[in-house]
Every structure is written in C-alpha cells, then in structure tokens.
Design a protein around this ligand. Structure first.
Ligand code: ATP
Ligand code: MG
Length: 199
C-alpha cells in the first residue's frame, strides 16, 4: 500500500463537463450469463456514439484479455476483477464518458461497493438489471457455457451451482425475454434523458 501519495487536481468535474459538453456516468449491467448484457450494452454504445455521445464499454470478458489477464476465478480474483472494473469505470465517468460495464456481477455486496465508490465522487451509478428466466438463458446459451456447467466441466457457474443475487432496487430493470434489444436500449435512453444525463 503506497503511503507518500497526494491526489493531483486539475479541473473540477463541473468545469470538465462544461468543456466537453457531456455528463459522465457508469451504467452497471448485471444479470445471468446469456441474459443479454453484452448485446444490449453494444447496441447502446453504438446508439450513443451515433448521436455524438462518448461512451465506452468495459466488457467482463474483454477486460480479462488485458487489464485483468493476471486474474482467474478464485474468490480473491473475482473481487479484484470487480474492484478494478469499478475503478476504471469511475475514471471514465469522471472523464465525462458514459461507461458501460457488462459482466455477471452476481453478488449484491460487490455491486454495492462499485456504487459506493461512485457515490463518494458524486458520479452517477446506474444499475441495469438485465433480467431473464434461467430457462431462457440456458436455452440461448450462445457460448455453450450452461451446457458445460451442467456437464460439470465448469464449476461455480452462476445460476447452476452458484447463486445470482438479483438487485433489489435497480435504477433500470429490463426483461430480455419480453423486450427486444431495441426496446431495451430505448428504455435506457429514456432513463438517461429523464435524469438529464444526456439531452
Ligand atoms: N431482447 C434481447 N436482448 C438481448 N439479447 C437477446 C435478446 N433476445 C435474444 N437475445 C440473445 O441472447 C444472447 C445474449 O448473449 P450475451 O452475450 O449478450 O449475454 P451476456 O449477458 O453478455 O452473457 P455473459 O455474462 O456470458 O457475457 C445473444 O445471443 C442475443 O442475441
Ligand atoms: Mg457478456
């Protein structure tokens, strides 16, 4: 743990926001594997960029190719994975970009910590619960992970032999078995407008 360190300030967040003409925020997508987090986050990222709103997606799998490539799936490594993603998302939000994180994040405690980190810096943290019945997620199984988990080839798989703690009060709750990708994206855009995060 470093001790002789001091935070070096430049612009305030408000000054930066005025100069770049945009607000930052973190949209934290959570839900079962195959619920549609990456699919919706991708469609939303594209839609925001097409309307000149800077957005960047931190996808669970993608982050493990680089920043978190030294981490596995032990409890310590999962916690560290989330901690780093939270910190990076916070930096993006602070730089007035809309950060989209998409990974299962099954534990309430971890998501609450990410929220706390953002709250401490007065940055919007928006929990997006990507809800789908387990049976539908298992039917979709785009990566074949449920099949492997059922065969016992993957241990501690969320929804099969590890719990998913559903958010109690997510800012946004979407049901991907009832709403199309476009409808889910529109629901999120409406929320961002209502909260005056985007125009
Ligand atoms: N309304 C919908 N919203 C999102 N995805 C949908 C919808 N309907 C069907 N799908 C399909 O469901 C699958 C969702 O896969 P996706 O990779 O987005 O899930 P994920 O939540 O990111 O999973 P993981 O946690 O494993 O990364 C895709 O094949 C997508 O085409
Ligand atoms: Mg994904």
């Amino acid at each position: 743990m470093a001790t002789n360190i001091t935070w070096h300030h430049n612009l305030t967040h408000e000054e930066r926001s005025k100069l770049v003409k945009q607000n930052g925020a973190t949209l934290w997508f959570t839900g079962l594997s195959a619920s549609g987090k990456s699919t919706i986050a991708c469609a939303l990222e594209r839609k925001l960029l097409e309307t000149n709103i800077q957005s960047y997606r931190l996808d669970g799998d993608n982050v493990r190719f680089g920043l978190n490539k030294d981490l596995g799936f032990t409890e310590h490594d999962r916690n560290e994975n989330i901690r780093r993603i939270s910190e990076v998302a916070k930096l993006f939000a602070d730089s007035c970009v809309i950060a989209l994180t998409s990974f299962i994040s099954p534990y309430k405690k971890d998501r609450d910590e990410a929220r706390k980190l953002h709250n401490e810096s007065n940055l919007p943290f928006i929990e997006v619960y990507v809800d789908v019945p387990l049976s539908v997620a298992e039917e979709r199984d785009p990566k074949g992970l449920y099949k492997k988990a059922r065969q016992g080839l993957i241990k501690n798989f969320t929804g099969i032999d590890d719990p998913y703690e559903a958010p109690e009060k997510p800012e946004i709750h979407i049901n991907t078995h009832e709403q199309s990708v476009e409808e889910c994206v529109d629901t999120i855009i409406e929320y961002l407008k209502k909260e005056k995060i985007i125009n």
